[in-house]
Design a protein around this ligand. Structure first.
Ligand SMILES: Cc1cc2nc3c(=O)[nH]c(=O)nc-3n(C[C@H](O)[C@H](O)[C@H](O)COP(=O)(O)OP(=O)(O)OC[C@H]3O[C@@H](n4cnc5c(N)ncnc54)[C@H](O)[C@@H]3O)c2cc1C
Length: 741
């Protein structure tokens, strides 16, 4: 309520400011100036009239960033504005209303905004001066400590919309403080900036965020389908989602591309089901029809628990699929394939203009394995993987992944010496394989991506004392074995299509009780399809205590078995749920003890990948044997990656490191990176308005948790809107001449 009251107070104040400005001659001060055909000069005149003492400062401010439009440009913009004003008076009124609030240094702008609602209600004129000073105060001193040369470089780099002639792609220097509003938003129209500002303002309100889904539903009922869609498109949907389908997203993708940014496409349609329905479906699909068999070696984390069956619990940043039946999994596969086609350059089924327009072959498709099959099978496979590790630990001592033990078949024979006569043990040893370095594989893991595999028969080991064979996985009924093969077939179809279309796919990381299976299957897919380039990327969650070791083991395997290793490094999206579940079910917390430990793990893992890339590079091998995406909204981590790349000797042109953020989040990181020639990606959700509401709801929730980042985004947005207002560039048309690396 407090926030609503404050918003309403701001609105009243804004109205006051607006009406006073209107009386001086149309719209907000800045808009009025522009509308009267005098642009910046008019705004300055207004300042001079009202406050002579400040006009000099203001002139200095106006000239200080070197972002001046030419007279003819200004005249063009003015005439456009006049036409738009006539045609869209109503819409403009609203935009001006918001603009005036932003231009006046609205409350909620971080870092020295100081004045809050009260100060600009005193004087319109003063608000303009203060806004200009605030802008300087906020953007300039502490955070952008640049010398004259750097300033000059920045000015040059950020001159707006002066596309170079075709064939000469633009590159800007990178301000690694990520404090540059021009670089952050040169790909956006002013309307998009205002919309972003309003969206972030709403996301900063706890009450609105908490009840966002209900509010959206109420709005849907009150407004009706069409009006609601319009409202969403001009607010949340417009900000966070690229469009309804792979055709309508093309303009967004083209714009991104022209500013050096590539897409990771994600068809974000989600079922909006109740908690009860989610729990029911999850429990039913996580238990075998043979029952939830538990024996001595059972690990509780790999068995469903009703209290955590709704996997959306305390998760805001990830999409959740709940299994319904095999037909829905089949449909999900088809959707992923459509996504691949949208990314592809030369699929005959896709009209060439669409395909080319979509991503120019540089895009990626995101895949979630839980969309493709029954979760029970992932749980069981995960358990078997972890029990195998445990078995090896008990057998040979030590800790961790089987592959890190570096034991050979000879060693294994010694362990079974006392039961060596047993026929089953001999048969088992016959099937154990080893790779070229003699490292053994208890089970033919590659067989799990074989569409004929039989889980129940594969995972049996001899008891070292008695020689009796025991299952590491409970007997799976034939129908469920078939479902597992279906899941693998779907994934194989997707990856095969991706390989044929030459499109990369990233398999998302999910909860720890699925993750051993997801990771194992993904690695086997890499082994199968990443022979000449990285088509399949795995995801590693650095909030997990084991992540550094996991990445190391998989890198080793890729090296030994000579395939391309692709990885997306994230911190991890399920922390609270993981912790609560571990505590409730009585197993040890898989997540690092604190945020600092997670960051250290992330940086250590990334450094290890970079070190190995450099080894490849130095030895004359293909450095692209390892490809890493730094998927993080944390600018310190992005800076860390850039600095380490420099320190170790890896350049953006090596095309082995890329960066990824979500559409509508942290533009101040993604765009400057892309414009500076780094490989930068936006995670692009798309889908019909009504069907992406759960996604939008989660975006609002997640934003609440990253208020500091939002404050920065809002501050930069406000600075850029003000700058455009002062320069008479409110109708700036983004047109980039960048080519993504
Ligand atoms: C392009 C992209 C793809 C993604 N794909 C996946 C995916 O496949 N799977 C997935 O799980 N997530 C994925 N994420 C989400 C990601 O894991 C993070 O949840 C999110 O990006 C926030 O982390 P950060 O580094 O951006 O920001 P930060 O704010 O620096 O980090 C927040 C994160 O730090 C960790 N953390 C916070 N507090 C603690 C604590 N007390 N102890 C230990 N750790 C802590 C948590 O992981 C938390 O999410 C993806 C994100 C992006 C941008």
């Amino acid at each position: 309520m407090a926030l609503l009251r404050s918003l309403s107070a701001q609105r009243t104040t804004i109205n006051l400011v607006y009406s006073r400005n209107t009386s001086t001659n149309g719209g907000t001060a800045a808009a009025a100036a522009v509308a009267n055909g005098n642009g910046l000069r008019r705004a300055q005149a207004l300042h001079t009239t009202n406050n002579n003492n400040n006009s000099k400062n203001n002139n200095t401010n106006a000239n200080s960033d070197g972002y001046a439009a030419t007279d003819s440009e200004t005249a063009n913009i003015l005439s456009t504005l006049r036409q738009v004003l006539q045609k869209q008076h109503q819409q403009l009124q609203w935009q001006n209303l918001v603009l005036s609030s932003v231009v006046a240094g609205n409350a909620g702008i971080g870092g020295g905004g100081g004045g809050g609602g009260g100060f600009y209600s005193h004087s319109t004129t003063r608000s303009l001066h203060s806004a200009a000073r605030n802008q300087q105060a906020q953007v300039a001193p502490a955070e952008i400590a640049v010398d004259d040369e750097a300033k000059q470089r920045k000015r040059e780099a950020l001159k707006p919309v002066e596309p170079k002639p075709a064939g000469t792609p633009q590159r800007d220097p990178l301000d690694v403080s990520f404090n540059d509003p021009l670089a952050a938003f040169k790909s956006k129209t002013t309307w998009e900036l205002v919309r972003a500002y309003v969206v972030y303002m709403i996301c900063s309100s706890e009450k609105l965020v908490e009840h966002n889904m209900k509010l959206m539903k109420v709005a849907r009922t009150l407004l009706g389908g069409r009006l609601f869609e319009l409202l969403m498109k001009s607010s949340f949907y417009g900000h966070f989602v690229a469009g309804e389908n792979r055709h309508t997203i093309v303009p967004t993708l083209e714009r991104l591309r022209s500013f050096g940014v590539k897409p990771i496409l994600d068809y974000s349609v989600e079922e909006d089901i109740s908690q009860e329905e989610a729990e029911k479906r999850e429990v039913e699909s996580s238990v075998s029809s043979a029952g939830d068999v538990k024996d001595d070696g059972t690990m509780p984390q790999y068995h469903v628990d009703k209290s955590f069956a709704d996997r959306r619990y305390k998760v805001s940043s990830a999409r959740t699929y709940f299994y319904l039946n095999e037909a829905t999994c089949e449909r999900n596969m088809e959707t992923f394939i459509k996504c691949l086609e949208a990314v592809s350059v030369d699929d005959a089924k896709v009209p060439r203009a669409v395909a080319l327009g979509a991503t120019f072959g540089t895009g990626i498709t995101a895949i979630k394995l839980t969309a493709l099959g029954r979760p029970q099978l992932l749980l069981q496979l995960s358990e078997v993987i972890m029990r195998t590790r445990k078995y090896m630990e008990d057998l040979v001592g030590g800790q961790g992944n089987v592959l890190t033990h570096h034991k050979t078949i000879k060693d294994l024979e010694k362990y079974y010496a006392s039961v060596g006569d047993n026929k089953d043990v001999q048969e088992f040893l016959k099937n154990v394989t080893s790779d070229k370095e003699g490292i053994l594989h208890l089970f033919p893991w590659s067989g799990i991506v074989d569409e004929n595999s039989q889980l129940s028969d594969t995972f049996r080991v001899p008891d070292p004392q008695t020689g009796q064979m025991r299952r590491l996985i409970s007997q799976i009924p034939p129908k469920e074995e078939e479902m597992f093969r279906n899941m693998i077939r779907r994934l194989n179809t997707i990856v095969k299509t991706a390989a044929e279309l030459d499109v990369r796919i990233m398999i998302d990381a999910e909860q720890t009780y699925f993750q051993p299976a997801i990771s194992r299957i993904t690695l086997e897919m890499m082994r199968k399809y990443n022979k000449e380039k990285a088509i399949v990327f795995n995801t590693y969650q650095c909030y997990l205590r084991e992540s550094f070791r996991e990445v190391g083991t998989d890198l080793e395997q890729a090296k030994r078995q000579n395939f391309y290793f692709g990885a997306k490094l994230v911190r991890g999206a399920y922390m609270e749920q993981e912790r609560a579940r571990a505590q409730a079910l009585g197993y040890s917390d898989p997540v690092n003890p604190n945020y600092e430990a997670t960051t250290e793990m992330y940086h250590k893992t990334l450094t290890e990948c970079l070190r190995r890339i450099k080894l490849f590079k130095d030895s004359g091998e293909d450095a692209k044997k390892i490809g890493i995406m730094v998927a993080s909204h944390n600018e310190d981590t992005v800076r860390f990656a850039i600095e380490k790349m420099k320190e170790i000797g890896i350049s953006p042109e090596d095309k082995v490191i890329c960066f990824g953020q979500l559409l509508g989040m942290c533009d101040y990181i993604t765009f400057p990176l892309g414009q500076a020639g780094y490989s930068a990606y936006k995670y692009i959700p798309y889908g019909p308005v009504e069907e992406v509401l759960p996604y939008l709801s989660r975006r609002a929730q997640e934003n609440k948790g990253v208020l500091k980042k939002i404050q920065k985004e809002k501050r930069l947005l406000a600075a850029e809107i003000r700058r455009r207002a002062f320069r008479g560039q409110l109708f700036y048309k983004p047109k980039g001449n960048y080519v993504p690396i």
